[in-house]
Design a protein around this ligand. Structure first.
Ligand SMILES: [Zn+2]
Length: 263
């Protein structure tokens, strides 16, 4: 089974959410990540003759968990995985950093990472060169701080930066083009960012997804992953009007700047 390709495809939901569908050639079962809505999932699986084996949840927000109940009703044997530290109904396997998720039928094993900040108990899943990061890391941006803290989100992004540079990052929203606009406020002269802007504009014009992104590209262009780069520190200090002594402080200034003046 593992010699066959693992396929990861987006099921678009709501305005700009991606529910990620995991399939393996020659296998009838599948898994989905963050099904905020059951309808597009049921429609896609029905059309493809697939059975839902597993649901992986990154965090508690409604646009990530809203489809669980109906999907469970339709596929009663589905295994639901999610964060141990968030109140989510119907999660059977409660996970935290260091845990491993084995989806035997699909032949996948994921490592679970604690990535709090957007919410207090947000987790991510990584394996086979892929990262499912929910609303923690976005392509060229990051999630807002809701029920976690700025320090947590800063530390979580720095932990994700330690993954291999060729990791494909599957975030849960198509926000890339908008995020690049803010990234250009921070680093208007970053040549890698300008190249990415053109590439993303081309994809969007063709109606294509800009996700997954490659972690190495995030390190070169995403200001929230570059909080120890002199150009990013300088821009954050200019906006804050004071010296910022640590990546956490730079992160807080960037996130606050974007929240107040860009979004
Ligand atoms: Zn969220």
């Amino acid at each position: 089974m593992q010699n066959e390709a693992l396929n990861i495809e987006p099921i678009p939901a709501f305005d700009d959410n991606y529910i990620w569908l995991l399939t393996r050639d020659g296998y009838k079962g599948c898994a989905v990540v963050d099904p905020g809505d059951d309808e597009p999932v049921i429609k896609t699986l029905k059309k493809r003759g697939l059975r839902l084996d597993a649901i992986l949840i990154t965090h508690k927000h409604g646009d990530h968990v809203g489809g669980i109940a109906e999907l469970k009703e339709r596929w009663p044997k589905v295994d639901v995985y999610g964060p141990a530290n968030e109140p989510i109904k119907r999660v059977k396997h409660k996970l935290s950093g260091g845990d491993i998720v084995e989806l035997d039928g699909l032949g996948i094993s994921f490592d679970v990472l604690d990535v709090p900040g957007h919410t207090e108990g947000h987790i991510a899943y990584t394996g086979e060169g892929a990262l499912f990061c929910g609303d923690t890391l976005f392509a060229c941006g990051c999630g807002r701080v809701f029920s976690g803290t700025f320090e947590q989100l800063s530390d979580s992004l720095r932990a994700l930066a330690e993954l291999p540079a060729d990791t494909r990052c599957y975030c849960a929203h198509e926000y890339t083009q908008d995020n690049i606009g803010f990234a250009k406020w921070v680093e208007p002269d970053n040549p890698d960012l300008l190249v990415r802007e053109e590439r993303v504009a081309g994809l969007r014009a063709a109606g294509e997804s800009t996700v997954p992104s490659i972690l190495g590209d995030e390190m070169l262009t995403n200001p929230f992953m570059r909080t120890d780069e002199p150009s990013v520190i300088k821009a954050a200090e200019k906006w804050a009007g004071e010296a910022l002594g640590s990546p956490r402080e730079v992160f807080r200034a960037l996130r606050t700047w974007k929240d107040k003046e860009y979004d």
